[in-house]
Every structure is written in C-alpha cells, then in structure tokens.
Design a protein around this ligand. Structure first.
Ligand code: GAL
Length: 338
C-alpha cells in the first residue's frame, strides 16, 4: 500500500519535468510556433514592445478562430473577429508569460470602434513619465478599411486593462498602419500610412500622448509604404516599412533622417540572404533595442497566414548596424540574443 503515494510522487515529478520541458524555449526560432510559459502559442500579432522596470511587455492583436474573406471585397480582405489586444511579459525576451487581455473587444454594441466586426491592429504602447500613464495607440478600422482612424487607450498598469478613449483621423488625415516612436527627450511621434496608404505621415503627439499636435509632416510621398517600425541609432532615425500588398509579403525598405521631422531618405532592402526579397515571407511591425546592449536590435515581423490568420507566425531576427551605420537584417534558423 505504501508504494501508491511513492508512485504518485514519481508521476508528479515526471509530469512537472515534462511541463518544464514544454516551456523551455532556449532560442528564438523565426517562423515556428512560439509557446508562452503555459505552453500555449503566443497570440500577439502586429505587435510592439514596451520596456518598463526591468520587464518587456509585448502587446499584439489577438487573432482567434475562423478566418473568412469579406464578401464582395475586390482585394484579399481576409479577417477574423477583432479579438482585442493581448499582453505578455518577459525578462529575457524568450520566455513570455501571458498577462491577459490588455484591451478587450466589444461583443454587443456594433457601432463601437472595438466591436468584434471592426479592425483593431498594430497596437503600440508607451509610458508617459509626466502623467504616470501607459498609452496605447492602434489602427482602428471598419471591415472594409474605409474608416481609417487611430484609436487611443490608457492604463495605470502596463498589463492593463486599458480604457479606450476613442479614435481620430489625425489632423483630418486617413490613418491606417502605424507605429509610435518615443524619443529620448520624452516627445512621442505617431507614424501612420495616410492618403490611401500612398504617403506616410509623422505627427508629434501632445505632452500627455493622448492627442495629436499640428506638427504633422508628410514623408515618403507617393511611395506607398506601410507597416512602419522606427528606431534611433547613433542620433539617426531609421524607419523600416513594407510595400502595400495586403497580407502578402513583399520587400522591406528603410528610410533615414538626422532629425525626426526629416528630411527622410529612402534606401534599399536591409534584408539579406534567402527570401530577403519577401522580408523572409514576413512584414515589419517593430524594432526593439535590447536593453543594456550597444548595437543589438531585434527586427520583429509577422508571417501572416492570410487564410488562417490565427496560425500567423512571428519572425524575429537580429538587426545590426555596420561601420557606416547601415542596418542589416540576416536570416537565422535559430538564434539567441547573446
Ligand atoms: C496589411 C497591413 C496589416 C493588415 C492587412 C489587411 O497591409 O499591414 O496590418 O491591415 O493589410 O489586409
């Protein structure tokens, strides 16, 4: 009879070690399923990362359940019900703990911006030192993408819940794919694809980050760029972007400027190696400076699976700057941050 508890103990030890094994993610494997610390696939697409008090917070679109094509659409308008925005936290950028839904979508009021029938994409969160608030900006749209607005939400805690404040067309302009860049002086800028996605805009946000100033500049005019991701290196600004081909990948490019409001100069594809001409079958979403490192950045991209959006994957790759301060993104089957 005494063997029974011993057996149970043994089974528990085996089960615990198997769970640890399932959670172990010793390296970044671009394009593979990335499990969170509970072993569930991370669901945070079109995402961005906030670093706050020794912790990284990853926010992204929750894409769940069936994908369908919007009836009558003349382009490949595949979508899922808007699932809101998720949040994950990590100390090492490898092991991600699910923190829950940071911004929930709305199930009943079909007129609401956050209704499941709408589009909630590319969330980016920054922390405002003056107000002590976490501010999330995101692309809000109708399912035909004609609404073309930017939504803003606020929270007292990084993991949320965020409170939705509403959406705008910045200075009256259409706004779709977007990112937020926070400069060292505390000023924040909204980069958004505008004018039917043909021209990018940069707009300085107000000091509380909750609205737009009139300091709004057109850049990359008629160059049809989207999926912006911005980083600063050696006092220079770098804007990575994709072309406009919906969920299908295309070649990335980047632009540089010595001051954020320009002049911006376009350069060629920073990706190198096999499949560089399709950004390794992915589309930019964020560039993350690794804390405490001089020249280590992570290029974050989404490998969309347009007919099954929930199965879209993450392609994270090292981005390095050469002696001339030109960026290079190299394919790796598997890599670690060191
Ligand atoms: C892409 C955009 C995505 C999503 C998609 C819809 O161009 O970058 O965020 O909006 O179009 O087709």
């Amino acid at each position: 009879m005494r063997t029974v508890p011993v057996l149970w103990m043994l089974l528990l030890v085996i089960a615990a070690s198997m769970k640890t094994y399932a959670q172990a993610q010793p390296s970044i494997i671009p394009g593979e399923i990335w499990p969170d610390t509970e072993g569930k696939p991370i669901n945070a697409h079109g995402g961005g990362i906030l670093y706050y008090k020794d912790t990284y917070y990853w926010y992204g679109e929750i894409k769940k359940d069936s994908t369908w094509r919007v009836p009558g659409s003349t382009w490949e308008n595949y979508r899922v019900n808007a699932g809101g925005i998720s949040c994950y936290s990590s100390k090492d950028l490898l092991h991600w703990k699910y923190e829950g839904v940071a911004l929930a979508s709305e199930k009943t009021d079909s007129t609401a911006d956050l209704h499941i029938s709408k589009v909630i994409e590319r969330p980016k969160v920054i922390y405002n030192r003056k107000t002590g608030k976490f501010v999330m900006w995101m692309h809000i749209d109708s399912q035909d993408y004609l609404y073309a607005r930017s939504g803003v939400a606020v929270s007292d805690k990084p993991e949320g819940p965020f409170q939705y404040m509403g959406s705008v067309r910045p200075n009256g302009n259409m706004a779709r794919d977007m990112t937020i860049f926070q400069d060292d002086d505390g000023k924040a800028y909204h980069f958004y694809s505008s004018e039917e996605n043909q021209t990018m805009h940069i707009c300085e946000l107000t000091a509380d980050y909750l609205s737009h100033t009139s300091n709004d500049r057109r850049i990359l005019i008629q160059q049809a760029r989207e999926a912006p991701a911005v980083v600063k290196y050696n006092k220079r600004f770098y804007l990575f972007s994709s072309g406009c081909t919906g969920w299908s990948p295309n070649a990335a490019s980047y632009a540089t400027a010595d001051s954020i409001m320009g002049e911006w100069t376009q350069h060629q594809n920073p990706c190198q190696g096999k499949d560089a001409d399709s950004t390794f079958h992915a589309q930019s979403t964020f560039v993350l400076p690794v804390q405490g490192q001089q020249n280590i950045f992570i290029f974050m991209a989404d490998r969309w699976n347009k007919t099954d959006l929930e199965s879209s994957r993450y392609v994270w790759l090292p981005l390095i700057f050469d002696a001339e301060s030109m960026p290079h993104i190299l394919w790796k089957d598997q890599w670690t941050i060191e």
